[in-house]
Design a protein around this ligand. Structure first.
Ligand SMILES: [Zn+2]
Length: 344
């Protein structure tokens, strides 16, 4: 589907269907609906009946194939589910993990797909998401394919972080930038989708509506997270780490309800706002709770918060590793506790 904040972009793109390059890159922050846009675009380009700015007809043979997930002229390449990797913790619900990398053989497997003519004599579409999940070797394999463009073939790459892509890949793609949605459009969509606490969630998601909708499932946890940070000085990092470890073990459809990385990101956003409050009295992610931010920041020094923020960046990079979750959380919370008391 095309979201209200994407309509202009959609019109611009549909008006240049006859001059599309061989590869486009949808670039923008996570949570603005790039994946849905790519799907809608792919379906529209494969559709045998739609024209102009209209979306795919939804009724032709091609649309039916697409909707049932087996269009022969469409490929979706994304990190595969890795079910052989154990998380190191027997009782962990995080056993079936999505790999973080797109493998080189996933790109090489395109050779066969590209060497035969299309089934309906129409377009052939390959979506690669996220493009930053390709390491250098994989990106180079893709580059070889992009350097020998095949007729009627469109590669749609999606990235949340364009800076992590090889310059050679970037130079082969026409970049389409997805700006942050206007807050009123994002709010309207969240309300129409029946999301409660839309405003607070939108703040916390940095203004990105789909990310806010995702996070709505964790609303209770998020509030408990703020409560625990508030109690940290009295309860201590060990006790709070114990509570959070219990969250990691919760099951929600077989996957962890809140994973370690999410907790690091939440703390990172929180520390970011403490810094901003210290610097200029503003907040970005917690605009609905300025008092709590001010209170948490009052005994912290700027340098203490800066080093905590940098430590969290490093911690986030290893959050998916099979580390002892209890020690991981205790370490993170101890660092935070030191930062907020650094001015005492
Ligand atoms: Zn159709």
């Amino acid at each position: 589907m095309i979201y209200s904040w994407q309509i202009e972009l959609w019109k611009r793109l549909t008006n240049q269907f006859d001059r599309l390059p061989h590869a486009i890159l949808l670039s923008g922050l996570a949570g603005c609906g790039k994946r849905d846009f790519a799907r809608t675009l792919a379906k529209r380009l494969l559709c045998e009946s739609a024209s102009g700015e209209a979306e795919a007809c939804g009724a032709c043979l091609s649309c039916n194939w697409f909707s049932s997930g087996n269009h022969p002229d469409f490929r979706l390449i994304e990190p595969a589910v890795n079910d052989t990797e154990e998380s190191g913790n027997e009782s962990s619900p995080e056993k079936k993990k999505k790999s973080e990398q797109i493998r080189i053989d996933q790109i090489r497997a395109l050779d066969g797909f590209l060497s035969v003519s299309t089934h309906r004599h129409g377009a052939r579409i390959i979506v690669i998401q996220p493009a930053e999940a390709m390491n250098q070797a994989t990106a180079n394999a893709l580059l070889k394919v992009l350097e020998e463009p095949t007729d009627s073939t469109l590669f749609i790459l999606i990235t949340n972080n364009k800076k992590r892509l090889l310059p050679t890949i970037l130079s082969r793609c026409q970049t389409i930038n997805f700006p942050k949605p206007a807050p009123e459009l994002a709010m309207a969509w969240l309300r129409d989708s029946g999301i409660s606490h839309a405003k607070e969630l939108l703040f916390h998601a940095g203004g990105m509506p789909l990310a806010a909708a995702d996070e709505s499932l964790d609303w209770d946890r998020l509030n408990a997270f703020f409560r625990d940070l508030n109690e940290l000085e009295v309860a201590g990092p060990v006790a709070i780490a114990g509570r959070w470890e219990a969250w990691l073990k919760e099951n929600k459809d077989g996957t962890a309800a809140v994973d370690k990385r999410t907790l690091v990101i939440w703390l990172q956003k929180w520390v970011f706002d403490l810094l901003l409050m210290k610097l200029c009295g503003l907040t970005v992610y917690h605009t609905d709770r300025p008092q709590a931010v001010r209170a948490a920041a009052q005994h912290a020094t700027l340098s203490g918060l800066f080093s905590c923020y940098n430590e969290l960046l490093r911690i986030k990079a290893v959050a998916q590793h099979p580390l002892n979750p209890r020690l991981f959380l205790e370490d993170m919370l101890s660092r935070y506790a030191r930062a907020v008391a650094s001015g005492r």
